[in-house]
Design a binder for this molecule. Structure first.
Ligand SMILES: [Fe+2]
Ligand SMILES: [Fe+2]
Length: 249
């Protein structure tokens, strides 16, 4: 295995929102491309209203990232029946990915025209089966747009995944090491048992909810640990926080 594996975790670009910060997004793209990350994940809300012109503009931005990112849907992308347009520009709404270091499943946790997240019992069973079948020597990663656990400093709690408890239980019981989410525009990390839950802030929305600026996360995985650092766009990377010891077979 390689020494250090870097993931750039971006979220909530929000093309089309009033006050959209295109300059921040472009700066972020430059920074991420300089990082030479092994993997880039974009955890949803690429658009404001799920409109075709927004998806087209979001695609033009996202396709500048290297390597090509894994992209999942957010609740804003599901507005105005954005599903088919999302698929036109970003492909499948369910992502599975594997390399020599990680095994990742990304899901669409949205429902049409509502902001709440939902996985559903049948889909959760399918995800469970995929995770159980994952190679034991890989870091298991699950990504979704909605948050599984409330986040501090994010204002009134709302739109959490309605079956968050069942989902969280399944992920923890099956040894998923890392969960990547977005949605609340606030960067925060929880550790529950052996699962680290990393929430990225927003790259392009003006609604930064008390954070210093638009931002993203950089996650580094070694054979021994996972660490996460906050990257405010245009500023030096914050000191990494070691969040988890790994004990891969
Ligand atoms: Fe958002
Ligand atoms: Fe959202």
């Amino acid at each position: 295995m390689r020494n250090e594996y870097a993931i750039a975790h971006l979220s909530d670009i929000h093309v089309g929102e009033s006050g959209f910060k295109e300059g921040k997004v472009l700066e972020c793209i430059g920074e991420v491309n300089n990082l030479s990350a092994d993997l880039i994940v974009v955890t949803g809300d690429l658009t404001w209203g799920g409109l075709p012109e927004e998806f087209k503009a979001a695609k033009e931005l996202v396709q500048r990232l290297e390597p090509e990112p894994l992209v999942i849907m957010g609740n804003h992308d599901a507005r105005n029946v954005g599903y088919t347009t999302f698929e036109k520009y970003f492909g499948e709404r369910m992502v599975s990915y594997e390399d020599d270091k990680v095994f990742l499943i990304g899901v669409d946790s949205t429902s049409p025209d509502v902001d709440e997240g939902h996985i559903g019992r049948v889909f959760l069973k399918n995800i469970h089966e995929s995770i159980v079948a994952a190679p034991e020597d890989k870091v298991k990663i699950f990504t979704l747009h909605h948050h599984l656990v409330p986040i501090p400093n994010a204002g009134r709690e709302r739109n959490i995944l309605i079956d968050a408890g069942d989902t969280l239980k399944m992920l923890i019981e099956n040894g998923v090491e890392l969960v990547l989410s977005g949605h609340r525009h606030v960067s925060w990390t929880w550790e529950i048992e052996n699962t680290a839950i990393v929430h990225a802030g927003t790259v392009g929305s003006p609604r930064i909810r008390g954070m210093a600026s638009q931002n993203y996360s950089i996650i580094r995985i070694t054979d021994e640990s996972i660490s996460v650092s906050l990257k405010l766009i245009g500023e030096p990377e914050r000191k990494a926080r070691r969040i988890k010891r790994l004990n891969l077979d």
